[in-house]
Design a binder for this molecule. Structure first.
Ligand SMILES: NC(=O)c1ccc[n+]([C@@H]2O[C@H](COP(=O)([O-])OP(=O)(O)OC[C@H]3O[C@@H](n4cnc5c(N)ncnc54)[C@H](OP(=O)(O)O)[C@@H]3O)[C@@H](O)[C@H]2O)c1
Length: 319
C-alpha cells in the first residue's frame, strides 16, 4: 500500500510517499481502506520533533512511528476470524489512537476500538474531521468542564478543528457560547451557533470580569493566570495543551484542567463517536473543512497546518 512516511524529524519535505506492506488484520481486527484522514497540530509536532514533549512520545532521536495520522474514515475490506461487529463493505470512521498510521491506504483496527459505522450520506472527509475535533471537544466540555445548560462558555480558537466542534457541541449542550477568533473568521463562528463572537485582534477576552463558567482555550494561547478574573468564582479553565504550572491548578475556587484526550480508552471514544454522529444526523453538528489534499500533497497539507491558522479541518484524501 502507499503511505506517507516520516523517517527523520524535520520540515514538511521530510515526508515521502512510499510503498509499504499492507497491515494484516488480527483475529479481532478489521482492515479499513482509508478514504480520508486529517493532518493535525499533533502530526506537525511528531514530524518536526521541535517539542521535547512530542519526542518523549514519538522517539527522542528519530520518529518511532513512521506513519502519522489518527482520525480516519473509510470502508472495511477484510475481517479477522473473530470479528462479529462489522461486515465487509461497512462505511466506518474512528481514531487509530496512539499507534497512529492513518496516513496510509489501509489500517488494521480493533473491532472493539474507536470505530463506528457511518450513516449513508456522511462524507468521509467530514467524518474524519469530526473524529479529530469532536473527540477532543466533547470530553473536554462534558467531563473536564462539566458544562451545563444555561452556563456561559467561552471558546478561544473557535475557528480551529477543536474550536469549530466545541462551539457547536456547547450549543447542543444548551450553553450560551462566546467564540473568539480573528476578523476573517467571525462570520463562520457565528454561523456555527455562537451567541457572541470576539475578534482577538481588537479585544482581549481575558479582560472580562467574572463572565464565564467555562473558558476552553482550544489553542492554548492564554493561561489560567490570565483568564482567572474572567472566570466566575467557581469557573473552570480548560486547555488541551499541557500546562507548565501545576501550582496554578486551583486558585480562589477557580480551577484549571488539562487532559490528554487522545489517550482515552478506545471504547469511550467509540461511545463519543456515536453521540457526535447522532448530532450530525440531527443537523446540530457539521464539520468545517478548509481544504482537501491528495495523499501525494501531504507535505503541503503539513505546511498549511503548521501556520496555526487553518480553519476547521485539513483533510487528506487517501484513496
Ligand atoms: N490534549 C489533547 O489530547 C489534544 C488532542 C488534540 C489536539 N490537541 C492540541 O489542541 C490544539 C488545537 O488543535 P486544533 O486542531 O483545533 O488547532 P487548529 O485547528 O490548528 O487551530 C487553528 C485555529 O486557531 C486559531 N488561532 C490562532 N491563533 C489564535 C489566537 N491567538 N487566538 C485565538 N485563536 C487563534 C486560528 O484562527 P485565526 O486564523 O483566526 O487566528 C485557527 O482557525 C493543538 O495545540 C493540538 O496539539 C490536544
Amino acid at each position: 500500500m502507499r503511505a506517507a512516511i516520516v523517517e527523520r524529524y524535520g520540515p514538511p519535505e521530510v515526508l515521502g510517499i512510499r510503498e509499504v506492506p499492507t497491515p494484516e488484520p488480527g483475529p479481532e481486527q478489521v482492515l479499513v481502506e482509508i478514504h480520508a484522514s486529517v493532518v493535525t497540530p499533533s502530526d506537525i509536532a511528531f514530524r518536526s520533533g521541535e517539542l521535547w514533549i512530542a519526542r518523549l512520545f514519538a522517539g527522542p532521536f528519530k520518529p518511532r512511528l513512521p506513519i502519522l495520522g489518527d482520525a480516519f474514515a473509510g470502508t472495511i475490506v477484510r475481517l479477522g476470524a473473530g470479528v462479529t461487529r462489522f461486515a465487509v463493505g461497512d462505511r466506518v470512521a474512528g481514531s487509530t489512537g496512539p499507534e497512529l498510521a492513518a496516513h496510509a491506504e489501509f489500517a488494521a483496527v480493533d473491532q472493539s476500538g474507536a470505530i463506528v459505522k457511518l450513516a449513508d450520506g456522511v462524507a468521509f472527509g467530514a467524518a474524519a474531521g469530526l473524529a479529530d475535533g469532536g473527540l477532543v471537544a466533547l470530553p473536554f466540555l462534558r467531563d473536564q468542564g462539566r458544562l451545563q445548560a444555561g452556563q456561559h462558555v467561552l471558546i478561544n480558537g473557535a475557528s480551529g478543528s477543536i474550536g469549530t466542534t466545541a462551539v457547536q457541541i456547547a450549543r447542543a449542550m444548551g450553553a450560551v457560547v462566546t467564540g473568539v477568533t480573528s476578523t476573517g473568521n467571525l462570520e463562520l463562528v457565528r454561523s456555527l451557533g455562537a451567541d457572541r463572537v470576539i475578534d482577538y485582534t481588537a479585544e482581549d477576552f481575558t479582560a472580562a470580569d467574572a463572565a464565564y463558567d467555562v473558558i476552553f482555550d482550544t489553542v492554548g494561547k492564554s493561561s489560567f493566570a490570565r483568564c482567572h478574573d474572567a472566570l466566575k468564582p467557581d469557573g473552570v479553565y480548560l486547555t488541551p495543551t499541557p500546562m507548565l504550572s501545576p501550582a496554578m491548578l486551583r486558585k480562589s475556587g477557580r480551577r484549571a484542567r488539562f487532559a490528554a484526550t487522545g489517550l482515552r480508552k478506545p471504547a469511550d471514544k467509540a461511545k463519543d463517536l456515536i453521540q457526535l454522529f447522532d448530532w450530525v444526523q440531527e443537523g446540530r453538528l457539521r464539520t468545517v473543512i478548509e481544504r482537501e489534499y491528495a495523499l501525494a500533497e501531504i507535505a503541503a497539507a503539513h505546511a498549511r497546518v503548521e501556520t496555526g491558522h487553518k480553519v476547521g479541518s485539513i483533510v487528506v484524501n487517501v484513496s
